[in-house]
Design a protein around this ligand. Structure first.
Ligand SMILES: *[C@@H]1O[C@H](CO)[C@@H](O)[C@H](O)[C@H]1NC(C)=O
Ligand SMILES: *[C@@H]1O[C@H](CO)[C@@H](O)[C@H](O)[C@H]1NC(C)=O
Ligand SMILES: *[C@@H]1O[C@H](CO)[C@@H](O)[C@H](O)[C@H]1NC(C)=O
Ligand SMILES: *[C@@H]1O[C@H](CO)[C@@H](O)[C@H](O)[C@H]1NC(C)=O
Length: 569
């Protein structure tokens, strides 16, 4: 080995040594298991990467834990904040409380672009196309005809140097999107340990896609590194929300192995924090269970007058003894005598008959003893013509005036109808919003192959600040780990909830008609063809008739007469 070789090797070693310290990034993996009052268990995975870099997002190419593919997309399209969710199933707010991250059915993308971007439409198109490739989802169907920039519903949570308004925001939802294994695999590839080590090992598609509800999400933003916010870090949060049914087991026992098909083999070696939390606040007199193994610590979380007891397991401490499993053993079965529905929930449906016109009804339920202010965002596709003058908002037979209203009529094939209302819901009330609409007759190529299936309409979004944290699990915006959210009491708790997505049957032409016409026409032609062909191709030839034809005819008639006479006798 020559001197220069040695030198190169030496410099290389220095490089490796400095590089490993140069990346100020860390990775946390967490799993929260929360038994719900309705015989379900909510499993929430959160994988957080915090990167303490002063780099602008444009230079996200040299990363350590941060997934480079996603970093490049975010950098290239100048995105300040990004939320992508893929969801299957409907979250039941009434029975399950509020999720950590709310997501509408199908695919949903929310992006805030940098203030300096001028051609946002182009960047939005590029971003959704790139994300479609990254996540194997049909996000490339996002375009101006199904995107909007709501003014009140979404707030930028990312740190920016200058204020940004909603003209830099794009929101789109694709309720028709079906979420499947092919989306989960690229999602797991973004994690530092892939699905080979750590909590991500539990994410087996066979055990995720048979849940009552599952949602995967990617959330990117920049956060303050210190209290004064002189420095910022980049935060990437990957989340998985699952709802498992525990009724299948007679004694209601559940365990990690039962839910995910396997125990846990160990923590991800790159993670600084690998924790499992179990919310054991529902362990009371009429529902007693033990946790196996018993937790290393129990912590009390106090938030908005709500006290929860949480068992904490550090995976590292347990997994040294082999495969690790958390199981519950019930000694008293749950009875659902006490049941408080959530404070605020909503539902939506269509009334009217026929395929010509109908009305959209949104019902908002306030179970609180105080009035609640909410923001309602309606996102109505362009093929449902909405008439704003027909809107009626009633509560206990009385008309309600919205505190504020934003409306942008849709344009055919260009933009959706955008309606945003700020309403004050009286205490213990049901508020009903009805708006009339016409169903448009589309061009024949615009119908999907299964035209009679109907068309999906995305959910309405309701945003509110709850005064108490009952049934609230959502993370406050300043906490990146689940633990940091436990004692985060504040004046009000931001929630967002989505209504059902609707299936509407638009007037559909009878696509089987051409087929019927062809069949009929062919039959008619076939029937007419034979005689016509005969007439036109066969020659008529005069035939010589034999002399005795008279005799034959005569004998025939006399025979008949003879028979008739016989009958009369
Ligand atoms: C809401 O919280 C209360 C009190 O903590 C609990 O008794 C109730 O079951 C919860 N309801 C739902 C729907 O989670
Ligand atoms: C947002 O800001 C831009 C430029 O600062 C301004 O032109 C636009 O009117 C603002 N939009 C709204 C909805 O306030
Ligand atoms: C549930 O409560 C019972 C009795 O109050 C107690 O013995 C048990 O340890 C509790 N279970 C858990 C998981 O804390
Ligand atoms: C939350 O506050 C309670 C009461 O002050 C305390 O006992 C508990 O340890 C705190 N929990 C956390 C996670 O800091």
């Amino acid at each position: 080995m020559t001197i220069s070789h040695k030198l190169v090797l030496f410099i290389g070693l220095i490089d490796i040594a400095t590089c490993s310290n140069a990346y100020n990034d860390f990775f946390d993996e967490e799993l929260m298991l929360k038994p719900l009052s309705s015989d379900h268990v909510y499993a929430y995975f959160q994988f957080t990467i915090i990167w303490e870099t002063e780099n602008r997002v444009e230079t996200l190419q040299h990363s350590h834990l941060f997934p480079r593919g996603l970093g490049e997309i975010i950098g290239r399209h100048n995105v300040d904040e990004l939320h992508v969710t893929l969801t299957e199933g409907l979250w039941n707010y009434q029975k399950w409380g509020y999720p950590f991250h709310d997501a509408g059915p199908g695919a949903e993308v929310i992006a805030w672009f940098n203030k300096d971007i001028t051609n946002i439409e182009e960047e939005w198109k590029g971003l959704t196309n790139a994300l479609a490739g990254l996540l194997c989802a049909s996000l490339n169907f996002v375009d101006t005809s199904n995107s909007m920039s709501p003014e009140f519903t979404f707030r930028l949570t990312s740190v920016t140097d200058r204020p940004v308004n909603s003209s830099n925001l794009r929101y789109s939802s694709l309720p028709r999107e079906i979420v499947c294994t092919e989306n989960l695999t690229p999602f797991k590839k973004l994690l530092p340990c892939d699905s080979k080590r750590g909590l991500a090992m539990l994410l087996n598609s066979a055990h995720i896609h048979n849940t009552n509800y599952h949602s995967i999400g990617i959330h990117f933003r920049s956060i303050c590194r210190n209290v004064a916010c002189t420095m910022t870090s980049l935060e990437l949060r990957q989340t998985v929300s699952l709802i498992y049914d525990t009724m299948v087991d007679a004694n209601q026992d559940w365990s990690i192995r039962k839910f995910f098909g396997m125990g846990l083999k160990g923590a991800c070696p790159l993670a600084t924090l690998s924790n499992i939390y179990v919310d054991i606040s529902d362990n009371n007199t009429n529902h007693i269970y033990e946790l196996m193994p018993s937790p290393s610590t129990k912590i009390v979380s106090l938030r908005g007058g709500q006290q929860n007891e949480i068992a904490v397991y550090d995976i590292r401490a347990h997994s040294s003894k082999g495969i690790f499993n958390i199981a519950t053993v019930h000694s008293a079965l749950k009875n659902n005598a006490i049941y408080y529905p959530s404070i605020l929930y909503a539902n939506r449906y269509i009334i009217g008959y026929g395929q010509e016109r109908g009305s959209l009804v949104t019902k908002l339920y306030n179970n609180h003893w105080q009035a609640l202010d909410i923001i309602l965002l309606e996102n109505i596709p362009w093929y449902l013509l909405v008439y704003l003058h027909s809107i009626t908002i009633t509560c206990n037979e009385q008309h309600v005036r919205p505190l504020a209203q934003r409306y942008l009529p849709g344009r055919e094939r260009k933009s959706p109808y955008y309606l945003e209302l700020i309403l004050r819901l009286p205490p213990h009330s049901v508020t009903k919003i009805i708006i009339d609409m016409d169903y448009l007759f589309l061009k024949w190529q615009e119908y999907p192959p299964d035209a009679n299936h109907g068309f999906y309409m995305g959910p309405a979004i309701i945003t509110a600040l709850l005064p108490i944290a009952r049934n609230y699990t959502a993370l406050p915006f300043d906490g990146s780990t689940i633990t940091s959210s436990f004692n985060a009491s504040r004046d009000d708790y931001l929630i967002q909830l989505r209504t059902e997505s609707l299936l509407i049957s638009l007037p559909t032409p009878d696509f089987s008609m051409p087929y019927n016409v062809i069949c009929l026409a062919c039959t008619a032609v076939a029937l007419a063809f034979g005689p016509l062909h005969n007439i036109s191709t066969k020659r008529l030839i005069l035939k010589r008739i034999e002399k005795d034809w008279k005799g034959k005819l005569f004998s025939f008639f006399t025979g008949k007469l003879f028979e008739a006479k016989k009958k009369q006798d």
